[in-house]
Design a protein around this ligand. Sequence first.
Ligand code: PLP
Length: 425
Amino acid sequence: MSRSRSDEVFAAAQTLMPGGVNSPARAFGAVGGNPVVIDRGEGAYLIDVDGNRYIDYVLSWGPMILGHCHEKVSAAVHAAVDRGTSYGAPTEAENRLAELIVSAMESVEKVRLVNSGTEATMSAIRLARGYTGRDVVVKFAGNYHGHVDSLLVAAGSSAATLGVPDSPGVTSGCSQDTMVLAYNDSQGLVDAFSEQGERIAAVIFEPVVGNMGCVIPSDEFLAALRQQTEAQGALLIVDEVMTGFRVAYGGAQERLGIRGDLTTLGKVVGGGLPFAAYGGRADIMDHMLPVGSVFQAGTLSGNPIATAAGAATLEILRDEDPYPRLEELSSRLERGLSAAATDAGVDHSITRVGSMMTLFFNPDPVTCWDQASRCDKEHFARYFRGQLERGVYLPCSQYEALFLSAAHTEADVDATIASAAAALE
Ligand SMILES: *Cc1c(COP(=O)(O)O)cnc(C)c1O
């Protein structure tokens, strides 16, 4: 598979942008070689600038649950563009998408629309601090909540892959009110609350982790999260930027039967455009300006093109309910990958929730960052390169989840399993 044009474009990119990329997760630092320069997407496929075709399991790191260029989403975007690209004033389109979010997510009574997942988590944290009058935020090692200064501590995926758990430029003042605990450690959470409970404004967590690879919370951990926060007057912020409309239409909260006070959304909810949201209990949300006094604003927030793409995507998900089929297809891929790894004599474990999963090069089940960090990353890199050469585009890090879309077919999955068997040899 030649990628000479891709290499040329990437060489030029490196002279123009740091590392040639606009987000470090796109660099192939952990797996070697140059990133693939994409020309276009088509359903479940990406086509690079050399004309090579790949089955896409990155899906823009989650958003493209309907595949690329879904006819109805594209039509909605085109129609929106023709009416002007931004007004900085209220629109009916915002109501339509806010209404879809509020009816999908049981714990969300009111919502604020923003432009990125980072903005959503940053704002939710500010709101939680403003609402409770407390400073400390609890997060879990290996959970990623965007590049918010105060949350860029033990932040998983990109940060971990690059070996920069704490970024230069984040002052100690920013992170001193962030408490980092181990995921799935209920006792650690109980201890933290018994020592510092009255200082804790919020606990933020990924309800199914995607950013240290796919990791599942235990029922006990989920119960402790809700119980401790409630008992001590702290808010529970469920970061559903990755899981919202992905692991179920109502997100991880529907799938796991939990309920947060605040929820952050991004990725799927924007249908592939820069869009995100945070929302939750109306009495908390009404602490935001202009009703309350917590400040947060955005020139392009609720942008008409983004809201059109988001609303079209959610309506299709609601009306066509692709989730049962995604479950079957993903289970087929999980079984196939696991069998291929076993046949090749590869020590592995595999974690899946709905259409997100990770094949860990680690014989033990991964339940926290400590275990995730012990994976055989060299072996992952060889597997990744083997798959890429066979036309399978996977996330370029052991610490990321792969995704399936409604556009993937059984034939795509079977081809992926066959190429995995060859790549794992
Ligand atoms: C991707 C992600 C974010 C950050 O969203 P951006 O749009 O990249 O800023 C936050 N939280 C989680 C759980 C994510 O997966």
